[in-house]
Design a binder for this molecule. Structure first.
Ligand SMILES: C=CC1=C(C)c2cc3[nH]c(cc4nc(cc5[nH]c(cc1n2)c(C)c5CCC(=O)O)C(CCC(=O)O)=C4C)c(C)c3C=C
Ligand SMILES: [Fe+2]
Length: 458
């Protein structure tokens, strides 16, 4: 089977993970080009978490197990957009993995009160997730090869579709650590309930949740298929609380990727943390064993915010005003303190530069000044958000915006102070409203035999 024709019934995903030895134990492995084709696996291309986009970085730093056969491609950072991303590794895939183009994010409430049932579900989910990220059907018997009397083990809409760099990343919300499952003592101090921020207009039905799964892929049908099958498998133990589709990634997470644009038309992700920033990732992204929650070592904390953008108002705003809000040129993305609009996108800001009228070129209320590490005790984020347009709101306005996703080592020191700064005076606030909010502890990546949540439930 070629990567362009995926999802046969057979082809155990376990074979994929066996082929993928941990970086600390073995160098990157590539299936031999002349290996006999086996259904659903042997000719599938496997990419490390960073693939080409992290050239020069060891696979260990990328958190993935296999780096191979990278071809040139556009939006996904020069990698093969149909390939499979290894599911197991030091860190979960889907964090520093070069951001794929599509998202389906789902938040579940756990409905069972049985800890054993919850652990069983996490084990079942792990098997299905590993299969689907390898381009296989959710269950071994697939959509059409099971007994005719029973519901199929896969819903079928991804039959024939390749892995499409699908990553599935799990996180646990604060509410999972209540009394139900005996986890209260294991709640990380960093997994705080987010405070209310000025201007928040949060909807309960778009906020919170016990468990989140972020599905990213280069094909929306592959991402939706994964979430749908995980929800199907979870029937009776979990219920979907809310979910969000996204398109056009609004951040690059690797220097191999071109910076995409958000729905305001600006390049977004220029100053993001990137997969190549190995020592910054250790400082700012990955939780450490010494952080106080051993089960979270090599994990990360995720903040999700559904941010509605008032597109129609924005579109009536002058270019000058738009550029002042971000302190960047709309065309190139270069800081406005650079000599002219042709300056490099990645130039540093010079916040002390003033105009002839002694006004700061980057205004005191510019989004980038307020969010910059220089004004936030050095705090940074790995942003991994997506644009969304969920139709119109009945008043002729697009229900559109940014589904903001940011990974970090400790939201108390990163997202919260930065958002407090922004919510207070950001010039962009006139054009946005935060309507959904959630925070999750995303555990480390999986060992060879591990399952989602094993470090927590051990
Ligand atoms: C609390 C964190 C942040 C929220 C919420 C947020 C919302 C938001 N941002 C944009 C557009 C841009 N943001 C940019 C930079 C930027 N934004 C944040 C944080 C939040 N943004 C940070 C930490 C930074 C980097 C600051 C720096 O170090 O320079 C930019 C500029 C390009 C870039 O660097 O990515 C844009 C554009 C929107 C539209 C939005 C909510 C709708
Ligand atoms: Fe921003």
């Amino acid at each position: 089977m070629d990567a362009s024709e995926g999802r046969g019934a057979a082809g155990p995903a376990a074979e994929v993970s066996e082929a993928a030895a941990p970086p600390s134990e073995a160098p990157p492995i590539k299936p031999p080009a002349d290996a006999p084709p086996r259904r659903g696996f042997s000719r599938r291309r496997l990419l490390g978490a960073g693939a080409v986009g992290i050239a020069g970085l060891g696979a260990a730093a990328a958190g993935g197990y296999v780096v191979s056969d990278a071809r040139s491609g556009a939006r996904s950072g020069g990698s093969d957009t149909a390939a499979a991303i290894p599911f197991r590794g030091t860190h979960q895939a889907g964090i520093v993995t070069p951001a794929q183009d599509r998202l389906h994010f789902v938040s579940f409430d756990v409905t069972t009160e049985s800890r054993a049932d919850l652990v069983d579900l996490l084990r079942e989910w792990t098997k299905a997730a590993e299969r689907m990220t390898a381009g296989e059907a959710a269950g071994a018997l697939g959509a059409v090869d099971g007994p005719i009397e029973a519901p199929p083990q896969d819903t079928g809409e991804a039959l024939g579709l390749p892995a499409s760099q699908l990553t599935l990343t799990i996180g646990f919300g604060p509410s999972l650590f209540d009394r139900r499952f005996g986890l209260a003592a294991k709640r990380p101090a960093a997994l705080v309930d987010l405070p209310a921020f000025p201007g928040d207009d949060l909807e309960a039905a778009r906020s919170g949740g016990d468990i989140a799964i972020q599905a990213c892929a280069n094909d929306p049908q592959v991402a939706v298929h994964a979430v749908r099958n995980l929800a199907r498998i979870g029937f009776g133990a979990v219920a979907v609380r809310w979910s969000q589709l996204g398109f056009g990634r609004t951040s690059s997470t690797s220097r191999g990727q071109a910076t995409p644009r958000n729905l305001f038309g600006f390049k977004d992700g220029t100053a993001n943390l990137k997969a190549e920033d190995a020592s910054l990732l250790e400082q700012q992204l990955w939780a450490g064993a010494a952080d106080g929650t051993p089960w979270m070592a090599n994990g990360s904390y995720l903040v999700a915010r559904r941010i509605r953008m008032h597109i129609e108002t924005w579109d009536r705003t002058s270019l000058d005003e738009q550029q002042a809000i971000f302190g960047r040129f709309k065309g190139t993305g270069a800081p406005k303190t650079s000599a002219d609009a042709d300056s490099a996108e990645f130039d540093d800001f010079e916040f002390d530069t003033v105009t002839g009228a002694s006004e700061p070129v980057i205004a005191d209320n510019a989004h980038t000044r307020l969010a910059h590490p220089d004004f936030n005790q050095g705090a940074r984020l790995l942003r991994r958000g997506y644009n969304f347009v969920d139709g119109s709101d009945g008043l002729g306005r697009l229900d559109a915006g940014l589904f903001f996703l940011a990974y970090q080592r400790d939201p108390r020191k990163q997202f919260i102070p930065i958002q407090q700064n922004l919510a207070r005076v950001d010039a962009m606030n006139e054009y946005v409203k935060h309507v959904g909010s959630a925070v999750f502890a995303c555990p480390p990546g999986l060992s060879r035999d591990g399952y989602w949540g094993d470090t927590l439930f051990a």
